[in-house]
Write a protein that binds this ligand. Structure first.
Ligand code: XMP
Length: 314
């Protein structure tokens, strides 16, 4: 497929200029996760209005170790007026007691948008920029899952929450977004950043999300990311199951969590293949997780492609 990133940028900025004519840059807020989609969207909009816009990183408690601090630093280096908004209580509160995957997604989405509404009201913003891309829309409309950031396509009116949504790259696929990011001169850390789902670790904890499980999963995630960073993969992560299994630690029988390691290659997230990790690497991951995270007693590797599985567990 032919794709010219330079032309795309020019065309999109022109379109955004028309859409945002007369809007003050302070009225625009970009929801930034640090991923390539939301960063590219925010950069395109700030280029269109020719001024730095506000960029918020929402800390909902479902992110990885040190993620918020790093994202805000990168966004500030790009010239954004960036800040972290603490929404842990609200989002985790909404997830409490929920075990069904779709119910979790819906609860997350409601809480997330209500938090955004709160942030927008506090900042007197009228426009919300978000990095929805084509795959998000295709899968939500197709009923494969309730993507957290696709609203209008499924008949939810964002104006109910008090703002208008701008989605500058909703016609692009991930590989195209990366080309646009490169063309915009964004740092490699952003251009090649692996996808991380909007609902974060909530969809990597099978069953109820609790702070204890989140802390366990954060540690396992860090180990998996560190140990597989040299592999060519689309995503590499850990999943916490809602089952426990016996193990032996320090000569004592323990009953610990089971973690699944998932590393996949993919072009567009619509299909994916599990990566054939060398056994030695798997053993190292397993040893590190079980010794560095005392609550975990077993590590499994997922050998399922998409389809029939999805990339995430929920
Ligand atoms: P699945 O699990 O459906 O995931 O194969 C496909 C791709 O989408 C990501 N994903 C999400 N990203 N909000 C997002 O921003 C979501 O609700 C969401 N659900 C899944 C997933 O990580 C993979 O890259």
């Amino acid at each position: 497929m032919q794709f010219n990133a330079g032309e795309y940028i020019e065309r999109t900025i022109k379109k955004l200029k028309a859409e945002l004519s007369g809007v003050r840059s302070e009225e625009i807020l970009a929801a930034c996760s640090g991923g390539v989609d939301s960063t590219v969207s925010a950069v395109l909009v700030s280029k269109a209005v020719e001024k730095p816009i506000k960029a918020v990183y929402i800390d909902d408690g479902l992110r990885r170790i040190g993620e918020g601090e790093r994202v805000v630093e990168v966004l500030r280096n790009l010239g954004f007026n960036a800040f972290i908004y603490d929404a842990k209580k609200k989002v985790l509160g909404a997830l409490k007691g929920k075990v069904d995957p779709e119910e979790k997604r819906k609860a997350f989405r409601e809480a997330f948008y209500s938090v955004l509404g709160e942030i927008i009201a506090k900042n007197n913003a009228k426009f919300l920029v978000q990095g929805t891309i084509a795959a998000d829309i295709v899968e939500t409309v197709g009923g494969i899952k309730t993507q957290h950031n696709v609203l209008e396509q499924i008949g939810i009116d964002p104006e109910k929450f008090g703002f208008r949504v701008i989605e500058p790259i909703k016609d692009l696929y991930k590989w195209q977004v990366r080309l646009v990011a490169k063309e915009l001169g964004l740092p490699d850390e952003i251009v090649y950043r692996k996808a991380f789902p909007g609902p974060g670790l909530a969809i990597r904890i099978v069953g109820e999300v609790t702070w204890e499980k989140l802390e366990i999963l954060r540690k396992a995630t860090k180990i998996v990311e560190e140990e597989t960073k040299d592999l060519d993969s689309f995503q590499n992560f850990a999943v916490l199951l809602d089952l426990k299994a016996t193990g032996v630690k320090d000569g004592k029988r323990v009953y610990g969590y089971i973690v699944v390691v998932r590393v996949v290659s993919s072009q567009d997230a619509i299909t994916a293949r599990f990566v054939e990790i060398p056994y030695e690497k798997l053993r190292k991951i397993s040893l590190r997780i079980t010794s560095e995270v005392p609550e975990i007693s077993r590590v499994l590797y997922d050998v399922t492609d998409k389809p029939p599985a999805t990339i995430e567990f929920e």
